[in-house]
Ligand binder design. Structure first.
Ligand code: FAD
Length: 509
């Protein structure tokens, strides 16, 4: 069996480690940080605990699958519940809407609150589900760089239904056409941000994302999102993966090959060398090339692709409960186009949409009994040299607090003074996100999906320039977000089996 080294223990690195080990490889993971999980890390501020990164879990079956593969019962190690209300939405004109994870309930609530016929919402969700059925398996679960992917009946069927995929319209145009009502269009447009894209540019095909949340459901894990990283790390250890923490990799060692160089090991930051048969990088693909392979040829066009958005996050320990809020809450901006125009210009608008996630609502141990752990996030541009984050944070913090106070006071019918209730605080901006998980420019989801070719222009799960080098994680195919990262590990393992099989690792379809 081959000796495989994995750089990074993000969710995809952990999933890849489990899969490769179960196929009989000797697997070692080299992680720069002192804990596993990458963006799934945890932040403790006094009596309050926060997930540093993701707050929304969809498609947990891809996590379960790893335990099942190892012959274990998933619920013995990792438990989660489906949320009834997936998100509470509010607008400055006083409208509040609870979006149920059950499509029928959601559609009837939309009809009650916004006056849009329920059937219109159900049709829109069904159309998103159809897009997923037609393309999801091909684009999200397979390598796009293998001819086999394209020679299947399902691709043939999708080609006969191309007109249903809305490839020539933007996501916003699709929602204008199908939903028509301004609040509802904004609600559905927001799904573009689930992979860091812009609804006024992203293709209408992305309307399938609404189906993930309202059809397949949104979930909360016991112990919060960081529990996912811990559960997968424990599983990896049980199946025999070896971990090295505080061990940054400084270089991927290569030797010349007949057509291109071959990866033969790693040089660690302390100059130790580890000889390996294959290398998997779960590190951002841009930095893998820039920092670990400075002398190897690089896929420059792919690496230069526009990145997804980043975020500005305030982690607030709030020492009073807020009954007006649910687990996931969105306070919308008045001018959504202006918000995305500001992001494209590399800055923040004056009235950003504010997302508040409160995990202590389902994980009481994350905050003291009298308080709540608020994860307050606004979309932000990727880190760029001209930005002054100190000034942007100061200005935006005031505006965000003003907006929350204004909207909650109106709802409560009496003044709310949030400023005085923030007992603990930490702030992450695109530069800190870049530094802490080494994601190029602090992008949350790798490259953006703002054009029709985005899926084809993502870096594949193997290197075309260095043999024996593979990739998984949010910066490569099929993209960022927890479910797709888990799928990237699955696709990568299959690609490796096809390119360099070993006895226990027979290629599967
Ligand atoms: P990462 O988590 O990026 O980890 C990479 C690892 O590699 C890190 O541990 C890093 O230390 C290590 N590493 C890097 N360089 C080296 C080196 N040279 N040597 C050794 N180790 C190295 N997704 C959702 O599904 N739902 C959400 O609600 C959501 N919200 C998000 C909010 C925020 C603020 C962020 C930041 C992300 C969010 N995401 C969300 C996206 C999701 O978190 C990511 O797509 C996913 O966690 C990325 O995982 P990954 O496997 O690519 O690795």
């Amino acid at each position: 069996a081959p000796r495989i080294g994995i750089i990074g223990s993000g969710i995809a690195g952990l999933a890849a480690a489990v899969r490769l080990r179960l196929e009989g490889a000797h697997v070692e993971v080299f992680e720069a940080a002192d804990t596993p999980g990458g963006k799934l890390g945890e932040l403790v501020l006094g009596e309050y605990r926060f997930g540093i990164g993701p707050s929304l879990l969809t498609m947990p079956q891809y996590i379960d699958e790893l335990f099942t593969l190892a012959g274990e019962t998933p619920a013995d190690h990792f438990r989660y519940q489906r949320l009834e209300t997936v998100c509470r939405y509010a607008w400055e004109d006083g409208i509040w809407l609870d979006a149920s994870g059950d499509p029928e309930t959601f559609a009837h609530e939309v009809e009650r609150v916004l006056g849009v016929p329920a059937q219109r919402v159900l049709n829109t969700l069904a159309h998103g589900a159809e897009k997923y059925r037609l393309t999801g398996h091909t684009f999200l679960e397979k390598s796009l760089h293998s001819p086999k992917t394209w020679l299947t009946p399902e691709v043939g069927h999708a080609l006969t239904r191309l007109h249903r995929l809305d490839l020539t319209r933007t996501l916003h145009q699709v929602h204008e056409r199908d939903l028509g009502e301004a609040h509802l269009v904004q609600l559905f447009d927001r799904f573009a941000t689930y992979n860091g894209s812009n609804p006024y540019r992203a293709p209408g095909l992305l309307s399938m994302i609404a189906h993930f949340e309202h059809g397949a459901g949104a979930f909360v894990p016991e112990g919060g999102i960081p529990a996912i990283g811990r559960a997968l790390y424990d599983l990896a250890q049980r199946v025999g993966v070896i971990f090295h923490f505080n061990t940054p990799v400084a270089e991927i060692l290569t030797r010349p090959g007949r057509q291109r160089p071959r990866a033969v090991g790693l040089r660690l930051a302390d100059d130790r060398q580890v000889l390996l048969d294959r290398v998997v990088s779960n590190m951002d693909v841009f930095f893998t090339h820039e920092r670990l392979l400075p002398n190897a040829p690089a896929p420059t066009r792919v690496l230069a692709r526009e990145k997804s958005t980043s975020a500005l996050i305030f982690y607030w320990g709030v020492d009073k409960p807020f009954p007006e809020l649910d687990v996931h809450n969105i306070l919308f901006s008045v001018d959504y186009p202006a918000e995305f125009a500001a992001l494209e210009a590399g800055t923040l608008c004056d009235d950003p949409t504010v997302y508040i996630s409160i995990s202590s609502r389902y994980d009481q141990s994350a905050a003291p009994a009298h308080g709540e752990n608020w994860f307050v996030m606004i979309n932000a541009p990727c880190a760029a040299p001209h930005q002054d984050w100190e000034a942007l944070i100061q200005r935006t913090r005031e505006r965000v607090i003003d907006k929350i106070e204004r909207m909650l006071s109106r709802r409560r019918g009496q003044a709310v003074a949030l400023r005085d209730m923030i007992a603990e605080e930490a702030v992450f901006d695109p530069t800190t996100i870049e530094a802490s998980t080494l994601s190029h420019q602090g992008a949350l989801y790798g490259t953006s999906s703002n054009d029709r070719m985005a899926a084809f222009m993502r870096h594949p799960n193997h290197s075309r320039h260095v043999d024996g080098l593979y990739f998984c994680g949010g910066s490569v195919h099929p993209g960022g977000g927890l479910p797709l990262c888990l799928l990237s590990a699955k696709i990568m393992t299959r690609v490796m089996a096809q390119r360099e099989p070993w006895p226990h690792n027979v290629p599967s379809s």
